[in-house]
Design a protein around this ligand. Structure first.
Ligand code: GLY
Ligand code: MN
Ligand code: MN
Length: 473
């Protein structure tokens, strides 16, 4: 019988993973060993009817393959795999899997054991010092209880790790923040699939009666190319609902359709792209005017990205360009700098301008702000700025999103306190002329380099005329 193929085994995977382990070992010297678990899919209503499995990204980064109910033990650059081959009963339902020895070879493991051997191996390493083996807690509390049982000590949620677990999390952040060539190649692939998927969405819009038809066309491309959505796609005429997950609205001429959808490659690496296009293929004058303001902010931010730049500076640049544009359109009143200082732009741009991208669409946000915020920095209390997810100097090799937007969110614009506070700074009558602009976001994935940046999703048109022309095609 032919052995089933390994999912996503690249020829040089073992070398890539060994290099990652070395980089981690160089940074993390706080404990004798590290154990990382892949996790397992939760059941929907009974054990055999499960949600799709997605391995923990920390496991995937160092183990490369999406093995379920597996753990790796790292000591320096040494890797031991703990994973059970499927039983005959499991094979009956799910088909055969590669042998453990083949998997061990593909990921460059130095040894491979049954999963049940992990506890004894950990105990032997720990001796009387439970803190000599570090881990990252899984998000699912049931799985954390299992981690705690094997480590013989409590395991906190990933964002709250203390002691050696916190030191490990910081070392993982430093390692995963700067992408290696394999990661960049995988994200390029995810980005290429995403670009093709968005094009399919634009091309079908004139025949689509409802949002869901555009979603189906986009996700068909993603699945056909062996990927999955990296997050729940947003395909909506109600663009002011920032993470809208409904798809049942009819598409009418005059609507803007906001599409935030990204592919996750079979290797687990993600992309995250937003375009906003007119259902009819023609922007109205008001839609076009605001689109160009958002695009100016997007372009200005990308032009400023380079190694070492403070990401909060990029966010405030987006705020400044948006404020300038909204003053020119007569929606805001005053000096743009003053409007940004008092957060008036956040009435229309309440979120941060982007985040880290990697194996997770919001990379490493299971660790809270440990990845997004430089040590010692805390979230701002300011309106808008408090939602900034990334506030650190950006090193070369990091990938970030740039995603400014303009939204008319009733919960913000009709809030009595905010209306009073910004009463003189908004021309409400003029704003009413823009009621056909519910939400516009433009989002690309950008690799930061020593001298500037590279937009990995640049093949997808972004200029208003080019986007509209694709919809009309
Ligand atoms: N797709 C989620 C985000 O843009 O952050
Ligand atoms: Mn994003
Ligand atoms: Mn997005």
């Amino acid at each position: 019988m032919v052995s089933p193929t390994l999912p996503n085994a690249r020829p040089d995977l073992a070398d890539v993973l060994r290099d990652r382990r070395r980089r981690l070992a160089h940074r993390f010297t706080g404990a004798g060993a590290v154990v990382l678990w892949s996790g397992q899919a939760p059941a929907r209503n009974f054990a055999a009817n499960r949600y799709p499995f997605r391995a923990s990204s920390h496991f995937l980064y160092f183990a490369g393959l999406p093995l379920e109910r597996a753990a790796i033990l790292l000591e320096g650059d040494r890797l031991e795999l703990f994973w059970d081959e499927p039983t005959p009963a499991a094979t009956l339902w799910h088909g055969p899997a590669p042998h453990r020895v083949e998997i061990a070879r593909a990921l460059g493991a130095d040894a491979a054991f049954a999963y049940g051997d992990l506890k004894g191996r950990v105990a032997a390493l720990q001796g009387a010092a439970p803190d000599s083996v570090a881990t990252v807690g899984l998000v699912d509390p049931h799985l954390r209880a299992m981690q705690a049982e094997i480590l013989g000590r409590p395991v906190s949620p990933p964002a709250d790790g203390m002691g050696v677990d916190r030191e490990l999390a910081l070392a993982i952040v430093a390692t995963r923040l700067v992408h290696d060539a394999d990661a960049i190649a995988q994200i390029r692939h995810a980005a290429a699939v995403t670009v093709q998927a968005h094009r399919a969405g634009m091309l079908i819009t004139d025949r689509a009666t409802h949002e869901v038809k555009v979603r189906a066309a986009i996700e068909a491309v993603i699945y056909q190319r062996g990927a999955v959505p990296a997050y729940n796609s947003i395909v909506t005429i109600a663009g002011e609902v920032l993470h809208n997950e409904r798809y049942d609205n009819p598409l009418l001429p005059g609507d803007l359709l906001l599409v935030d959808a990204g592919a996750e490659a079979a290797s687990g690496w993600a992309s995250d792209v937003t375009r906003t296009w007119p259902v009819s293929g023609e922007f109205s004058p008001t839609q076009r005017a605001v689109y160009d303001v958002v695009l100016a902010a997007h372009d200005a931010c990308i032009a400023e990205l380079r190694a070492g730049v403070e990401y909060q500076k990029i966010h405030l640049l987006a705020a400044q360009v948006l404020a300038e544009g909204l003053v020119e359109l007569g929606i805001l009143r005053g000096q743009p700098e003053d409007l940004v200082d008092c957060d008036a732009h956040a009435l229309f741009f309440p979120h941060g301008v982007g985040h880290l991208l990697g194996l997770d669409v919001h990379d490493m946000e299971d660790l809270g702000d440990l990845a997004g915020y430089a040590e010692g920095r805390r979230r701002s209390e300011r309106f808008g700025l408090g939602f900034l997810r990334l506030n650190r100097p950006i090193p070369a090799g990091a990938i970030v999103t740039i995603e400014p937007g303009f939204y008319q969110v009733p919960a913000i614009l009709e809030d009595r306190d905010r209306r009073d506070r910004y009463a003189g700074l908004v021309d409400w009558e003029r704003l009413a002329e823009f009621k056909d602009v519910r939400g516009i976001r433009i989002e690309d994935d950008v690799l930061v380099t020593a001298t500037g940046s590279e937009v990995l999703t640049a093949d997808l048109p972004v200029a208003a005329e080019e986007v509209a022309a694709l919809v009309r095609e």
